[in-house]
Design a protein around this ligand. Structure first.
Ligand SMILES: [Zn+2]
Length: 287
């Protein structure tokens, strides 16, 4: 059964580790992430962007697929199904469809409007035990058409949003979605420390986990980051493994064109990437 992300993240914050949010795109992605979490006895958050939700034929299809897998694969570790960078209406649709967690990305609204909409969603989600993530300071880069300028969040605004009763807070600290440019300045740990000081036990969320060096990830966790989002890295691993299979001509050997064979190397590559991240984040055996 799906669970809210609240309890697993509060445990992570107290235990000084982070839970990975891995975004899903299809059946192979979902199965790879769930099996890896179970094999490593790690809690996990499945992220679904609005674009990926549409691609997978809507939120009802996603909920049906994930719930079916939890049962058939005997997944017993805590799993949250989370809307990533949701709009207000997208969040309502996911609450209705059976997601166990939502992110409302109101970072592009003026702070007053972000607060109003966040409060309303906290009330509606709260009635169903669904956890809520809010964002302050747009995350840089492009994700599903949402373009952020890589702002650094104002710690006082973070405190205001945290006090509304969200369960986790994403704050821009120079992180961006997608690949990091060669001249990237790194994460702003001074701001992160200030946010953590003002928001206390609130689990903080680091978006754009792909390509942040391991030592920066560890420092971020030590400063209160309890959830780290990984999306691009699984995509790159999947594409690379699939390319190798085809370039080696394996799809032309025997029944190598069978999708169950063709997609297998990519599936294994996602599993390896997810395991590596769980090791780095410290969530193994924390289920
Ligand atoms: Zn993000």
């Amino acid at each position: 059964m799906l669970v809210s992300a609240k309890e697993m993240l509060n445990k992570a914050k107290a235990g000084k580790y982070a839970v990975g949010q891995f975004n899903i795109n299809n059946l192979e992605w979902t199965k790879a992430i769930l099996l890896t979490a179970q094999e490593n006895n790690s809690p996990v958050i499945l992220g679904v962007s609005e674009g990926a939700g549409k691609y997978m034929c809507g939120y009802n299809t996603v909920v049906g697929m994930v719930n079916g897998m939890l049962e058939t694969l005997n997944i017993t570790v805590p799993v949250a199904l989370h809307l990533d960078h949701g709009s207000y209406n997208g969040a309502l649709a996911c609450i209705e469809a059976g997601f166990s967690s939502i992110m409302f990305d109101g970072s592009h609204y003026p702070i007053e409007e972000n607060i109003e909409k966040t409060k309303e969603l906290i009330r509606i989600a709260g009635e169903k035990g669904i956890s809520v993530e809010a964002e302050v300071g747009a995350i840089g880069g492009e994700e599903d058409g949402v373009i952020g300028g890589g702002e650094v969040a104002d710690p006082a605004e973070c405190k205001m949003i945290a006090d509304l009763g969200v369960d986790m807070l994403a704050a821009g600290i120079g992180n961006i979605h997608g690949k990091y440019p060669a001249n990237w300045k790194g994460l702003n740990f001074d701001v992160l420390a200030k946010i953590q000081e003002l928001t206390g036990t609130m689990p903080l969320v680091l978006h754009g986990g792909t390509g942040i060096p391991a030592d920066m990830i560890k420092t971020a966790i030590s400063l209160g980051v309890s959830k780290i989002n990984v999306n691009t890295e699984c995509q790159l691993a999947f594409a690379d493994a699939t390319r190798k299979y085809i370039e080696a001509g394996k799809d032309l050997e025997g029944k190598g064109f069978d999708p169950r064979k063709l997609l297998a190397p990519g599936f294994e590559a996602i599993k390896a990437t997810v395991k590596e991240k769980m090791e780095l984040f410290g969530s193994i055996d924390k289920a």
